[in-house]
Design a protein around this ligand. Structure first.
Ligand code: NAD
Length: 263
C-alpha cells in the first residue's frame, strides 16, 4: 500500500511538530523531497530539518513562511519550485485553536484562525494546482478535524474554519477531477501529541482526578474507542491518499475519530 514517492516534492505546512512532523517523516520515508514549515527561525528549526533529511536520505528545506499572511502559502510553493523544480504533494496542516464564548471571542483571534486554518489552504491550492495539472499528477491533502463535521461550544472560529476546509476540499476536488490531481481532507478526533500529554497533570490537579479519569472522562469523553488517534495513523492515511490505490478517492473526508462523529 505504501507509495513510492522517489523524486516527488512535498510541502507540509506546520510540520515542525505534532501531526505535520509525522507526515513529513512518512513522506520522506517514501522517498519524497520535503519542504517543512512552521513558526520560528531557520536556526531554531535546523534540528528538525536535519532529522528529516538525515533519517530518510532525502533533501529537506525549512521555509518559515507565516501562513496567517495571505502571501505565506505562495512563498512555500515558490521555494519548492526554486529548490526542487515544482510540487507534487501539498499537505495543508498548520492550524491553531482558541476557546471562548462567542460574545467574548476576540475578533482578531477569529481572523487569525480563519486565515491559518482555512484561507491558507485556499491560497496554497491556488498556487500549487496549476503546477500539478501541468505534471498530470498531484495530491492535495488537508488536516481538517472531527470539527469539520460536528461542533463543540466555544470553538466558533475553529469549527467554522474546519467545516469550510471540507467544503473547499470538495469544491477543488471537482475542479481538478479529470487532471490526475486528487483533493481530500483527513479528520482526526483527539490525537496524542505533546500538547495533549502536557495538559494531563494540570487537569488532574484542577479537577482532583486520576490520570486515567482525565484521559477517559475528560479528554476522550467524545471518543467511543477511548483511544487517542496517533500521529502515525494520520501520516499513514496521507501515504494511502498518495498511493495509486487511492487515485479515485477525491473530495473525501477521511475520518479517524474513534467513532466520535458516528454518535
Ligand atoms: P501542533 O501545535 O503540534 O503543530 C502546529 C504546527 O503549525 C507547528 O509546526 C507550528 O509551528 C505551525 N504553525 C502554527 N502557526 C503557524 C503559522 N502562522 N504559520 C505557519 N506555521 C504555523 O499542532 P497539531 O496538534 O499537530 O495540529 C496540526 C493540525 O491538525 C492542525 O490543523 C489541527 O487543527 C489539526 N488537528 C489536531 C488534532 C489534535 O488533537 N492534536 C485533532 C484534529 C485536528
Amino acid at each position: 500500500m505504501n507509495p513510492d514517492l522517489n523524486g516527488k516534492v512535498s510541502i507540509v505546512t506546520g510540520s515542525t511538530s505534532g501531526i505535520g512532523l509525522a507526515v513529513a517523516n512518512a513522506l520522506a520515508a517514501a522517498g519524497s523531497n520535503i519542504v517543512i514549515n512552521g513558526l520560528g527561525s531557520a536556526e531554531e528549526n535546523e534540528p528538525v530539518r536535519k532529522q528529516v533529511a538525515d533519517d530518510h536520505g532525502v533533501n529537506c528545506i525549512f521555509v518559515g513562511a507565516n501562513l496567517i499572511k495571505p502571501e505565506g502559502p505562495a512563498e512555500l510553493v515558490q521555494a519548492a519550485v526554486d529548490e526542487f523544480g515544482g510540487i507534487d504533494i501539498l499537505v495543508n496542516n498548520a492550524g491553531m485553536q482558541y476557546v471562548a464564548p462567542v460574545e467574548e471571542f476576540p475578533p482578531e483571534k477569529w481572523d487569525a484562525i480563519i486565515a491559518l486554518n482555512l484561507s491558507a489552504a485556499f491560497h496554497g491550492m491556488a498556487k500549487a494546482l496549476p503546477i500539478m495539472r501541468e505534471r498530470g499528477w498531484g495530491r492535495i491533502i488537508s488536516t481538517a478535524s472531527a470539527h469539520s463535521l460536528v461542533a463543540s461550544p466555544y470553538k466558533a472560529a475553529y469549527v467554522s474554519a474546519k467545516h469550510g476546509l471540507y467544503g473547499l476540499t470538495k469544491t477543488i476536488a471537482l475542479e481538478c477531477a479529470a487532471d490526475g490531481v486528487t483533493v481530500n481532507c483527513i479528520s482526526p478526533g483527539y490525537v496524542w501529541t505533546p500538547l495533549v500529554e502536557e495538559q494531563i497533570p494540570d487537569t488532574m490537579k484542577a479537577r482532583s482526578l486520576t490520570r486515567d479519569e482525565v484521559i477517559n472522562d475528560v479528554l476522550l469523553s467524545a471518543q467511543p474507542t477511548k483511544q487517542f488517534v496517533t500521529v502515525e495513523e494520520v501520516a499513514g492515511t496521507v501515504l494511502y491518499l498518495c498511493s495509486d490505490t487511492a487515485r479515485n478517492v477525491t473530495g473525501a473526508n477521511m475520518v479517524l475519530d474513534g467513532g466520535w462523529t458516528a454518535q
